[in-house]
Design a protein around this ligand. Structure first.
Ligand code: FAD
Ligand code: S2G
Ligand code: ZN
Length: 476
């Protein structure tokens, strides 16, 4: 898989020997140095697009242990890959060759939840769903939600600057992450933690670790501002006849729901067909070319339900929406979210997926789907599109029986050239990882990439942190 799609040569990093393993066992307890068979699962990514051959997985529990490990690896020029929940979709979380995996899964302690300020301090290996459950006890919510919440770590979310289903309401992690503790390649611990929303003291270095995908340092702790949990959540699931109506319904929602709007998702007919069929879910609506989910989160159920129902009635009166349901019953809301959140796993069950996570201007948001469908013809089983229309972020998927070079050459670099012509982004929220360094130039200037490289050289001169990822190799 890896070599076919991404021809790449191993860098001149050290080959792990017994002394190295003994050293790691002296830093960690023996059982937290994993070798042999047990390392399998850490070597392959969620979509099965990259398989490494690492034979060493380390499981630190403290920042100091991470520092010791990196100091040693840096001195020996041993390449490492930080790994959170391994739900990343761009091949960034697994070894390409024999890099040592540093799994953050045991760094899962929540240090403090301050209910007054909403500021939560925790280690980076806390699973998103567990963090959400804990902060809810103090009537707070984590300012992001995504389908991988059961496995992904908050540290992985920060390292990929994950977007998710509620970015339209809570914004980007660059805004809600108030502090970061990270360990640099040489083992230096950078304490950039903060207990305040306001801290204008020099350069804001924390942002370097948000979205740099483990290539500038290993995130060990976070301080996150968690908003007050909504007292009332309502959902509308609607059927729409054409994309222009999707746009106009989105506009109406922003006007009529305003401050309580917390999510706007779009699903095309084929995408919904995948999740309802593969996960055996009964959609509450008949078939339409498009579906949309509108979620409201507020403090007064009667008020919100009335607003949402009025919005739906108006949208139908204006013939923007063909049909729709409104609910705040948790079982019904769960079904609606499952239809959206389980599309990815459904596609994966159906074959090999070329996945594109792109930002496009809303006026041209969907047309790439029929254009690509036409281009690949019956070489592909399904070409479908869904995603965070509220953030102009489309998830475009080309499903075929197995990886084949003919389809690959038809879709890449076509999708990225198309995106670039519209001044879109070749990676809206998933990051660059291993799949997209060669396409970075479609969305970033030469000067910007050169500056990224200067920062990389300053912070990781031996290039041991997550090699082969994010930045294109120099000779390209
Ligand atoms: P991993 O996959 O383990 O790692 C991701 C990257 O971060 C890698 O480069 C890794 O080296 C690095 N990394 C991980 N932890 C650290 C650390 N502590 N310090 C430094 N570097 C680190 N993404 C979205 O943005 N929005 C979505 O809506 C969304 N939905 C998804 C739905 C499903 C079903 C799945 C499978 C994935 C989805 N994703 C989504 C992608 C993925 O969940 C996110 O990228 C997530 O943030 C990855 O977190 P993780 O802990 O699994 O990180
Ligand atoms: C989502 C992840 C899944 C995919 O569901 O919002 O970010 O298929 C995506 O890309
Ligand atoms: Zn997404």
């Amino acid at each position: 898989l890896t070599k076919d799609r991404y021809p790449v040569k191993r860098g001149n990093y050290a080959i792990i020997n017994d002394q190295d393993v003994a050293k790691f066992e002296s830093i960690l307890e023996k059982h937290r140095v994993i070798t042999g068979e047990e390392t399998q699962g850490y070597n392959i990514d969620w979509i099965g697009s990259v398989r490494g051959s690492s034979n060493v997985v380390l499981k630190p529990k403290t920042t100091e242990e991470v520092s010791e490990i990196l100091k040693y690896c840096n001195s020996r020029k041993i390449a490492v890959v930080p790994q959170g929940g391994n739900t990343g979709l761009v091949g960034g979380s697994v070894p390409v060759f024999d890099e040592v995996v540093i799994s953050m899964s045991l760094m899962n302690q929540i240090e403090r939840i301050d209910e007054y300020s909403g500021i939560v301090r925790c280690q980076s290996g806390v699973v998103l769903e567990a963090l959400e459950a804990n902060v809810r006890e103090k009537n707070l919510c984590v300012p992001l939600d995504l389908g991988a919440k059961g496995s992904c770590h908050i540290g992985g979310n920060v390292s990929t600057n994950a977007g998710g289903l509620r970015l339209i309401r809570y914004g980007n992690l660059h805004g809600s992450v108030l502090g970061v503790e990270a360990v640099l390649a040489n083992g230096q611990i950078m304490n950039l933690m903060s207990n305040f929303k306001k801290d204008n003291t020099g350069f804001h270095l924390k942002h370097l670790f948000i979205g740099s995908e483990g290539s500038l340092g290993i995130v060990t702790k976070l301080a996150i501002h968690c908003p007050t949990a909504p007292q009332a959540v309502n959902l509308a699931f609607v059927g729409v006849e054409n994309y222009q109506n999707v746009l106009d319904t989105f506009l109406l929602a922003k006007k009529e729901l305003g401050e309580i709007l917390s999510s706007v998702e779009m699903i095309d007919e084929l995408s919904l067909g995948c999740s309802t069929t593969m996960c055996n879910i009964q959609s509450p609506l008949q078939t339409y070319p498009f579906y949309m989910i509108f979620e409201t989160s507020g403090s007064n159920n009667a008020h919100d339900e009335e607003k949402l129902t009025n919005f739906l009635n108006n949208a139908m009166e204006k013939s923007l929406v063909a049909d729709g349901v409104v609910t705040n019953e948790s079982a019904k809301m769960k079904t609606i979210w499952e239809m959206r959140e389980r599309i990815a796993e459904s596609l994966l069950k159906m074959g090999y997926c070329f996945k594109y996570d792109i930002s496009l201007p809303l006026s041209h948001f969907y047309e790439i789907v029929p254009v690509l469908r036409e281009r690949v013809g019956d070489l592909a089983k399904i070409v479908c599109g869904y995603g965070h229309v509220g953030d102009s972020n489309l998830h475009l998927n080309v499903l075929c029986d197995s990886f084949n070079k003919e389809i690959y050459s038809l879709v890449e670099p076509f999708v990225f050239e198309y995106t670039s012509k519209l001044n879109g982004s070749v990676s809206a929220e998933h990051g660059i990882g291993f799949h997209k360094p060669k396409y970075l130039h479609f969305s970033k200037s030469k000067e910007a990439i050169d500056m990224m490289r200067q920062l990389k050289t300053l912070m990781d001169p031996n290039e041991i942190l997550n090699p082969y990822k994010v930045l294109p190799p120099l000779n390209k």
